[in-house]
Design a protein around this ligand. Structure first.
Ligand SMILES: Nc1ncnc2c1ncn2[C@@H]1O[C@H](COP(=O)(O)OP(=O)(O)OP(=O)(O)O)[C@@H](O)[C@H]1O
Length: 204
């Protein structure tokens, strides 16, 4: 279970949200809506532990994430901004190095299969700088197939994706939820998921 308890977010002079609380059980998804600059990314960064919570706390399976540290990070897959890809490396090299950074091993065949499913067959060895924005996003999202994590936190995962790739990502999220995973995502698009979906709007 993921719990946000009385979170506050102040950026500069602006309070973006106040006393924000929710909880998500296995199989549940939270869609975070809000205008540009309303605090969606700030909230996600708090949930993954990249931005400290000034007040309130984030709990995972009943314990504060601050206390869990790496134990929490091993349960978590965060696709944020920027995409975190190295331009000089190929899609394959990026994914292998991202797995290695997390002490996970993966074969090139498994990476190629993930890239095939992401619609990047034939582009596995091209340096990422030669890929389009949507293709870069697909490389980043191929991690969803490789890193088996209980909690997905996805910041605008559909940005730059065409209709087919958007359907692919929505299908992956649905599958994740039906396997008992939890997901939090921001999006400016209308999104219909089959699992239990909660919606919050940030910006006050
Ligand atoms: N490190 C920072 N220091 C000061 N202000 C910041 C910082 N990070 C974000 N902000 C401000 O906080 C506000 C919320 O930013 P955030 O990125 O969370 O918005 P968002 O809802 O994700 O926006 P978008 O839909 O445009 O992606 C913005 O006004 C932004 O300028």
């Amino acid at each position: 279970m993921l719990q946000a308890i009385n979170l506050d977010c102040v950026r500069g002079e602006r309070r973006l949200f106040h006393n924000l609380s929710f909880q998500l059980k296995a199989g549940e998804c939270l869609l975070v809506h809000g205008e540009n600059g309303s605090g969606k990314t700030s909230l996600l960064r708090m949930l993954v532990g990249l931005t400290p919570t000034a007040t309130g706390a984030v709990h995972w399976q009943g314990s504060p994430i601050k206390k869990l540290g790496d134990e929490y990070r091993r349960e978590l897959l965060y696709c944020g901004h920027p995409l975190g890809l190295k331009d000089a490396l190929s899609a394959t090299e990026n994914l292998i190095s991202s797995m290695e950074l997390n002490d996970e091993s993966v074969t090139q065949d498994v990476v190629h299969e993930a890239l095939r499913q992401a619609g990047l067959q034939g582009r596995e060895h091209l340096s990422v700088r030669a890929l389009s924005q949507g293709q870069k996003r697909r490389v980043n999202l191929a991690r969803l197939l490789l890193q088996k994590r209980a909690l997905w936190v996805l910041d605008e995962p559909l940005t730059a994706l065409d209709t087919q790739a958007s359907l692919w990502v929505v299908g992956l999220i649905d599958q994740h939820l039906s396997n008992g995973g939890i997901a939090v995502l921001t999006t400016h698009q209308d999104l219909t998921l089959t699992g239990t979906t909660h919606v919050i709007r940030v910006g006050i």
